[in-house]
Design a protein around this ligand. Structure first.
Ligand SMILES: [Zn+2]
Length: 87
C-alpha cells in the first residue's frame, strides 16, 4: 500500500517508519505540548519534505545547504579588438 506525499506527491508507504503522518488536535497549558482529540487527517509526507519544512523551505525549493547550481555565462560575440588595430 502506498499513498502520495502531501507535499511532493511522491509515492510513500504510510507504514514506513520514515513516513510522517499529518494530525490535527487541541493543545493546552503553557507549553502546549500534550495534544487531545488528536485526529489523523489521512495525509502523509516523506522525510525529505519534512526536513525542508523544518528549515523553512518550500518542498519544491532546492536545499539552502547544498552548493548553488552553477551558472554558465552566456558566450557573447564581442569584436576582437586586435582585428581593428592590425587591419
Ligand atoms: Zn514528499
Amino acid at each position: 500500500m502506498s499513498v502520495a506525499c502531501k507535499l511532493c506527491g511522491k509515492d510513500i508507504n504510510p507504514h514506513d517508519i520514515s513516513s510522517w503522518k499529518e494530525v490535527t488536535g487541541f493543545v493546552g497549558g503553557p507549553k502546549k505540548d500534550s495534544m487531545v482529540l488528536r485526529t489523523d487527517t489521512g495525509s502523509y509526507a516523506c522525510t525529505p519534505c519534512i526536513e525542508k519544512a523544518k528549515q523553512g523551505q518550500a518542498p519544491d525549493q532546492d536545499s539552502l545547504f547544498e552548493p548553488a547550481p552553477k551558472v554558465y555565462k552566456q558566450q557573447v560575440d564581442l569584436p576582437d579588438p586586435d582585428e581593428e588595430l592590425f587591419a
